[in-house]
Design a binder for this molecule. Structure first.
Ligand SMILES: [Zn+2]
Ligand SMILES: [Zn+2]
Length: 89
């Protein structure tokens, strides 16, 4: 084994460890973000939020949505209808 191969192996090993550590960190940050969001929602008071996906007036679904029901947005209402239809079929 040439010294270069050893360095390469060491590099790959380090990158793998870094990748695992980074993934764990991102996962934790995502949890914290969710907590923060819940906290902000609580702080802002009972606003409108979708019971399925949790989207709000300020943060609509990616494809955009409107209120199909008091606490159900149109994209989730569509999902619901289509899943019901597929169950029936
Ligand atoms: Zn929704
Ligand atoms: Zn939505």
């Amino acid at each position: 084994m040439s010294p270069h191969t050893i360095v390469l192996y060491a590099l790959v090993f380090t990158l793998t460890i870094l990748g695992i550590a980074l993934t764990a960190r991102v996962e934790r940050q995502r949890e914290q973000l969710a907590e923060l969001r819940a906290w902000v929602a609580e702080w802002l008071g009972p606003g409108r939020a979708c019971r399925e996906c949790g989207c709000t007036d300020a943060e609509a679904c990616l494809s955009g949505c409107w209120w199909a029901e008091e606490d159900l947005c149109s994209s989730c209402a569509d999902d619901h209808t289509s899943s019901l239809e597929s169950e029936r079929a």
